[in-house]
Design a protein around this ligand. Structure first.
Ligand SMILES: [Zn+2]
Length: 257
């Protein structure tokens, strides 16, 4: 007979630990993002099928690890974990010095190309559904000539692609890069779209990126992402040049009378 000792006791994983692990995994995977508000205790306890005291205990552990913050009378939030890529002073310095702009876009272009390639290989049905919804938003914004909606959909597309890459490091790194873009640190997104024909070209590029991911073609996807960021950089340079000329012409006009 086999000795009973060969059977090791099954470690009884506590319910609390299981909840902690689950939430931590969702943070690592970028499903729960910094600043996101968690559902109410009651809803979460129901979803996890655990008691509220156990859930509360799990949230306390996460809070002691600085992964969530509990705002009393408000709710529980995922902490801002990645922080800013650069300090405010560095950002201000960057914004004043045009050379940094090229570096920023060069970096972003390679990250986007990498993310888009991975997305073509790894996008799940849910990712595809999200991309299809964004395609509809991009087209609707274009039809309605709504620049703000265009920018929002643009931002959502790039975030969705990074999420579809399923590379957790990329997801967290890109969050701070997008933050810089979103706050118009390096360029004014209105300027970008103010140049004739740029809006249409951007739409076509975004649609090509989505098509390439949907076709599951990594090379085509990577190329589409790189072409898009190259176009953005060229357009910004053009936009700035136009602004400079405009300013000079106006100064001349004012000095004539
Ligand atoms: Zn874009």
């Amino acid at each position: 007979m086999i000795a009973a000792q060969v059977f090791e006791p099954i470690a009884h994983e506590s319910v609390v630990q299981a909840v902690v692990d689950k939430i931590e995994t969702m943070i690592v995977e970028g499903v729960l993002k910094g600043g996101a508000r968690l559902p109410s205790e009651r809803e979460m306890a129901e979803a996890f099928r655990v008691s509220r005291p156990k859930l509360r205990e799990a949230l306390q552990i996460l809070e002691s690890r600085d992964l969530v913050t509990v705002r009393h009378g408000d709710g529980t939030y995922i902490a801002e974990l990645t922080g800013r890529a650069m300090s405010p002073a560095m950002l201000a310095l960057y914004a004043r010095h045009g050379e940094a702009f090229h570096d920023f876009l060069e970096y972003r272009r390679e990250q986007e190309a990498f993310a888009t390639r991975l997305a073509a290989q790894r996008a799940t049905a849910a990712d595809r559904e999200r991309l299809a919804a964004i395609r509809a938003e991009l087209e609707a914004a274009w039809q309605a000539d709504d620049r703000e909606a265009e920018q929002e959909a643009d931002f959502r597309l790039h975030s969705a692609i990074v999420d579809a890459s399923h590379n957790t490091t990329l997801i967290h790194m890109m969050a701070s890069v997008f933050d810089l873009t979103r706050r118009d640190i390096f360029y004014n997104r209105d300027l970008l779209r103010s140049i004739d024909g740029t809006g249409r070209a951007l739409l076509d590029q975004h649609l090509e990126i989505i098509d390439a991911i949907e076709a599951g073609d990594p090379e085509r996807s990577e190329r589409a992402a790189r072409d898009h960021l190259d176009f953005v950089e060229k357009s910004i340079h053009r936009g700035r040049e136009l602004q400079r000329r405009e300013r000079r012409a106006r100064m001349r006009l004012n000095s004539v009378d």
